[in-house]
Design a protein around this ligand. Structure first.
Ligand SMILES: [Zn+2]
Length: 438
C-alpha cells in the first residue's frame, strides 16, 4: 500500500466483512471502513410564475421551467459525529432562513449548526428568496410588486419546510456506506475581471457507495458562476450545475448528485451565454467526475471527525456602520480531508491562498474550499480586488443592500480564522505523513 489508513480496532471486524463482500479487484474497498450515510432530495421547482433572482435585467415573473430545481441532503455519521451537507439549487440563502433551518434541525435531531453546511448552487435562474438579494431590482424600472413579493414569500416558506424535511429524511435513511475522495480538473471557469486572471479549476469529488461498491452518491465542487443562461430567457433552470447533477445521476442510476460551488465569485463559465453552453459545461463536469471515479487512487475516508464554526467581523470602509458578522465553518475528515465552507460570493484568491498554504505544509492537496455556503450576504473581495475596485468590490454592494465596500484587512481575518480552525488537522496530517515515510 502506498499509504497507511488507520482503522480503529472496533471497526476492524466490520472492515473485514467489507473486504469479504467487496467487489473482487476493488482496491478502494479493500481497506475502507463503513460509515453510516443517508441521502434525500426534494423537488423545489416553483409551480407558479415567480420573479427570478440573479439577473437584474429581468422585468416580469418567470415564463416557464427549463429544468427542475432540487434541494438535496447528505447525512454522514452517527451520534455526536453526525454532519449534514445540504445543497440547494438557488441563487443564495439568507442568514435568517438558514438560521431557522439549523435551529429546527438542532431541536429535532441534536445536530449542531457547525455540523450543518448549506450550500447554494448560485444558479441565476432560480426564484427570488425572501431576505436574499432583495435590492436586486432596486434600480429596475420593474421593481417587485406587492403581489410578486407575496409569491416570493410563499415560495420561501415552502422551501424552508422542504429543506428541513429533506435533511430529516437524509438523517433517517442512513446506512453503512463507503466514502472516497479524489480530485479532477475542468477548465471552463474563466476570470471575468481580468483576461487570463486567476481561476481555480480543481474539481474535488466525493464518492459514496454501498459496501458492495454500488454507487449511492457523488458530491462535486467547482469554482464558477451559474451564469451560462441568457438573462433574456426568463425561465427556471439549474444552469450548468443543474445539468451536471442531471448527467451524473443519469450515468449512475439511483444515485444522488450534489454540486457545491467553490470560490468562483469572479469566474464566469466560458463560453456563454445560452442553453447549449450550460448543457455542455454540465456534461464536462459529469465526464470529469466519471474519469475521477474510475481511477484506482481515490482516497478512502471516514466520517466528519471535527466540525467547527467561528464568526469574524468584517468592517466596512464607511465610518460609523456596524461590521458584518461573517461565519466560517470547517469540517475535518480524519487526517485525509478538510472542507472549508465560506459565506458569500467569495473570490478565487481565497481558495488559491488557502490551498497553497496547506500544500506547502502537507505536500499534497487535502483541502476542499466551498463558498456561497450558509448565507450569501454579498461579495467577499480579496485585498487585491479591493485595490483594483470594480463590481465585486464596489458596485455589487448596492444590490446586496450593504453600506459600501469592505475595509482593507478582511482577507487576513478570514484566512486566519480558517487556519485557526484547521490547526489540529495540519498537525495530525503532517504527523501521519511523517509516519508513512518510515
Ligand atoms: Zn454572483
Amino acid at each position: 500500500m502506498r499509504r497507511k489508513y488507520r482503522i480503529p480496532v472496533a471497526l476492524f471486524g466490520q472492515c473485514l466483512l467489507v473486504v469479504l463482500v467487496a467487489v473482487a479487484g476493488s482496491n478502494e474497498a479493500s481497506c475502507a471502513a463503513t460509515v453510516d450515510v443517508g441521502f434525500a432530495r426534494v423537488d423545489i421547482t416553483p409551480t407558479t410564475p415567480i420573479r427570478l433572482s440573479g439577473y437584474a435585467a429581468r422585468s416580469t415573473e418567470s415564463v416557464g421551467v427549463q429544468q427542475k430545481l432540487w434541494a438535496k441532503a447528505m447525512a454522514i455519521g452517527r451520534g455526536r459525529d453526525t454532519a449534514l451537507l445540504i445543497t440547494v439549487d438557488c441563487t443564495g440563502l439568507s442568514r435568517d432562513l438558514t438560521g431557522r433551518i439549523k435551529r429546527s434541525l438542532w431541536d429535532k435531531t441534536g445536530i449542531p449548526a457547525r455540523s450543518i453546511a448549506m450550500a447554494a448552487s448560485h444558479t441565476h435562474s432560480a426564484p427570488m428568496i425572501s431576505g436574499y438579494l432583495e435590492n436586486l431590482f432596486g434600480r429596475s424600472k420593474h421593481p417587485i410588486t406587492a403581489e410578486q413579493q407575496a409569491h416570493i414569500d410563499q415560495y420561501t416558506k415552502e422551501l424552508e419546510q422542504k429543506i428541513l424535511k429533506t435533511a430529516l429524511d437524509a438523517a433517517s435513511s442512513r446506512r453503512p456506506s463507503l466514502l472516497f475522495w479524489g480530485r479532477g480538473r475542468v477548465g471552463f471557469a474563466k476570470n471575468r475581471r481580468t483576461q487570463g486572471g486567476p481561476v481555480d479549476h480543481d474539481l474535488p469529488v466525493l464518492k459514496v457507495t454501498d459496501p458492495d461498491g454500488v454507487m449511492r452518491a457523488v458530491v462535486v465542487g467547482y469554482a464558477c458562476h451559474g451564469t451560462t443562461l441568457d438573462p433574456a430567457d426568463n425561465v427556471v433552470s439549474g444552469d450548468w450545475m443543474g445539468y451536471a447533477q442531471h448527467d451524473i445521476e443519469q450515468r449512475y442510476p439511483g444515485s444522488v448528485a450534489m454540486v457545491v460551488i467553490g470560490a468562483g465569485a469572479d469566474s464566469n463559465p466560458f463560453p456563454r451565454v445560452g442553453l447549449t453552453h450550460a448543457q455542455k459545461h454540465g456534461r464536462r463536469v459529469a465526464d470529469q467526475v466519471g474519469r475521477v471515479l474510475s481511477r484506482d487512487d481515490l482516497r478512502p475516508i471516514g466520517g466528519v471527525t471535527s466540525a467547527r464554526a467561528g464568526t469574524v467581523e468584517l468592517d466596512f470602509a464607511r465610518a460609523g456602520v456596524e461590521p458584518l458578522p461573517y461565519t466560517i465553518q470547517t469540517w475535518v475528515i480524519g487526517d485525509e480531508l478538510a472542507m472549508v465552507f465560506l459565506e458569500g460570493e467569495v473570490v478565487v484568491d481565497y481558495s488559491l491562498r488557502l490551498k497553497a498554504h496547506f500544500r506547502k505544509r502537507l505536500g499534497e492537496d487535502k483541502l476542499w474550499v466551498a463558498a456561497f455556503c450558509n448565507s450569501v450576504p454579498g461579495y467577499v473581495a480579496s485585498e487585491r480586488i479591493l485595490k483594483e475596485g470594480g463590481y465585486e468590490a464596489d458596485s455589487s454592494t448596492f444590490y446586496y443592500g450593504l453600506p459600501g465596500r469592505f475595509a482593507a484587512g478582511l482577507e487576513d481575518k478570514i484566512i486566519e480564522e480558517v487556519l485557526g480552525q484547521l490547526r489540529g488537522f495540519v498537525k495530525a496530517s503532517a504527523t501521519t505523513r511523517g509516519e508513512s515515510k518510515d
